[in-house]
Every structure is written in C-alpha cells, then in structure tokens.
Write a protein that binds this ligand. Structure first.
Ligand code: SF4
Length: 381
C-alpha cells in the first residue's frame, strides 16, 4: 500500500473521511483553515528561500502575503479581517525572531518515502517543511503549525507525525541511522511563536513501524464507518457523510417525507425533554419520601393510590484470590471467568505488532447495532 502520513492520520481520525478523500478521491473544496495554513507556509518558504540574493525584508514578506490573500473564502468582512490580522501578526513575529539569523537550512518542503516490508511492501510518503543542520551537527526537522492549540511536551515526545518524519530522514540519509545520531524533531506553533522539540534515536523505529502497520491492517479490514471527532465541524466531506448528509439534503431538495420526519424529530425531542423533567421530579419526590421514612422510622408509606416500600439493599465485594483458592480445585473457577473488555483492549494496544495481529485475527463480529443519541440545536437569542 502507498499511503501518506496525512492518509494515516485521516483514517485514525475518521475512516469515512479517509474513504472519501483517499479511495473515492472526492474533490471537496479546501477549508479556509487549510488555505490560510498553506499561504503562511508559502510565505515562510519565500522568507527562507528568497528568489534574489538579498535577504527578504519585513515589507517584502507582508507584501507577498497580501498579494496572495484570498478574500473569497470568508463568510463576511469581519471574519476575513480577523484572519488577515492573524496572518500579519504571525509573519511579523516570525520575522522579528528570525531575521538576520544565519540558519543552515538543508532543504525546504522535502518529499520523502519510507518503505516498510511486512508480507507486502508499503510505501509511506510525506513532506517535511524544513530540515536544518545545527551547529553541533544535529539535524533538526521542523514542521510549522498554524493551529490555535498547543500540545503538551508529552504529546510532542510521542508525536506520530514527527516519528514518521524521523523515518523519512533516516531513509534519506541511512548513515544517520548507522551512526545512531540523534535527530531533533520540532513543531513550530506560529500563532504562539513557540517551537516545541523532542529528540529521537533509533530506539523508536520499531514502535513507529508497528503503529503504521497496525493502521494499514485496520484500513484493509475497514468498512469505513464515520467516526465523530473534534474535526467534524471543519470536515469538507459533510455533504457525503452519513452523519451530516441529511442537513444538506434538507437544504438542497426538500422531499415529501421531510415534513413528516421533521415532525417525528420534534415529537422525539419533546418526549425526551418531558422525560427529563419527570426524572428530575421523581428524584425530588424520592428524597422527600426517604426523609419522611427516616423521620418516622418506617419503610412503607401509604397514599390514596397505593403504597411505596423502601428496601435496604447491600452489595458485597469478594476477595477473588480467596474465591479462586476455593473454586479452582473443584474446577469451577473457569466457569465464572469473563474478560474485562476495557482492560483487554488496553493490554492488546500495548502488545507488539505480531501479537496484536494474531489477537485481531481471532476476532469475530458478535452483533452489530445502532445506538441513537440526540443533540438539541442551540436556542437562538
Ligand atoms: S464529518 Fe466527521 S464523521 Fe463525517 S466524514 Fe467528516 S470527520 Fe468523518
């Protein structure tokens, strides 16, 4: 399989999105966040790789940004002005911090391929924003981020994207691996002007490759179900996604049964909300009855339409080591063992790739069912 880091990430976030983008290759318009990020990346490339021999001034940089700015992608003037201001701020800060520094930039926007041979040959591809060679001879991989949120150092230490980029670099220069030279991996958060770094060596190669192979295995077996995730709000495939498609069908071609389903949904919400109010009132009534019983030292109260009894219930926890000692010699222990699925998943996730694969092959589909959840629209003020 030939797959990019972005493909692996897309599948991990949502298999349906991966299918729309990488299998069906549906051309969806790029989101404004992606267009904004690409423009900022282009500006930084131009800053570090000027077309002329003279260094790029701040004015040149901002002019380049302004000329390439696309105002059509924003909903209104206010949104556009905010985004434009953010772009200018990012570039000004970057310029201030980096002007006059004689970086030893090895290359910019470097495509890479990582072959992984396991039953078949897989090629993992990607593009690294920038590789520098530092004064002490260490190579530094830098990826620019225009996202608002900055991860923790722990997240950076185990960042999958950087680990794949590491594989890309040692595949490009195998001597780095032979000499086990550490490589610095950095994510530069441009909005905050912060670079978060970690150091990686040969040690993590196996783990990264196993993770890649696990995802490839999952892709091969996947039925590409949609998976709700925090990126759904920005997903350009919503018109094709079973979880969002209905919103678009409604807007584009109102069918005859649309009013009917609208009424059903309305009634569903009304009943649920009444149920909620009733459940709350029931708890309040229970509390009043409990207090009355406590006060009068009774466990049954009579009303005009029946009576209510309260019963003491006790739950016990067993010392299973002792229980095991008793049941095992009489061959009854195995009969009560069940697998704790949450713990089981945790253990499986921590296993090496080949064991994980064997366990995965022992899996059969027990039953499939749909669960219904509900979310009310925000009330308009
Ligand atoms: S909207 Fe969300 S669930 Fe649907 S395809 Fe996109 S990411 Fe997946």
């Amino acid at each position: 399989m030939r797959i990019s880091y972005s493909g692996l990430e897309a599948f991990s976030n949502c298999p349906a999105r991966y299918k729309f983008q990488y299998i069906e290759r549906i051309k969806a318009p790029k989101s404004k966040e992606v267009i904004f990020g690409t423009l900022v990346h282009d500006c930084l490339k131009m800053f570090h790789e000027p077309s002329q021999s003279t260094p790029v001034s701040e004015e040149d940089l901002l002019k380049y940004f302004t000329e390439k700015w696309n105002s059509d992608i924003y909903q209104d003037k206010q949104e556009e002005a905010f985004a434009f201001h953010q772009g200018i701020e990012i570039l000004k800060k970057y310029y201030l911090q980096n002007q006059g520094i004689d970086f030893n930039i090895v290359n910019l926007e470097i495509p890479f391929e990582v072959p992984i041979l396991e039953e078949e040959l897989h090629q993992i591809t990607g593009r690294i924003d920038r590789i520098d060679k530092l004064e002490d001879g260490t190579f530094e991989i830098i990826d620019y981020k225009t996202s608002k949120k900055m991860p923790s150092q722990e997240d950076i230490n185990r960042n999958f994207q950087l680990s794949i980029y590491y594989l890309g670099v040692i595949n490009r220069w195998p001597s780095l691996q032979k000499q086990n030279r550490p490589i610095k991996l950095s994510l530069h958060y441009l909005r905050h002007n912060e670079k978060l770094s970690t150091i990686q060596t040969n040690k993590k190669i196996k783990e990264t490759k196993q993770k890649i192979l696990s995802i490839i295995d999952e892709i091969k077996k996947s039925s590409f179900e949609p998976k709700m995730n925090p990126l759904c709000d920005w997903c350009q495939y919503q018109p094709y996604c079973p979880l969002f498609k209905h919103k678009f069908i409604k807007e584009q071609s109102p069918a005859l049964d649309e009013q009917e389903i609208k009424d059903v949904i309305k009634e569903y919400f009304e009943i649920k909300s009444e149920q909620g109010a009733e459940t709350k009132r029931l708890s309040e009534l229970k509390e009043i009855i409990n207090q009355y019983c406590d006060k009068n030292k009774i466990d049954r109260v009579f009303g005009d339409n029946g009576y209510i009894t309260r019963l003491s219930q006790q739950r016990f926890a067993y010392n299973f080591n002792k229980v095991k000692e008793i049941l095992e010699p009489i061959n009854k222990w195995d009969q009560i063992l069940t697998i704790d699925k949450v713990k089981f998943k945790k253990v499986v996730d921590s296993l090496p790739y080949d064991l994980k694969k064997q366990i995965d092959e022992a899996k059969t589909l027990e039953r499939e069912f749909k669960v219904m959840t509900m979310k009310a629209n925000k009330r308009e003020k």
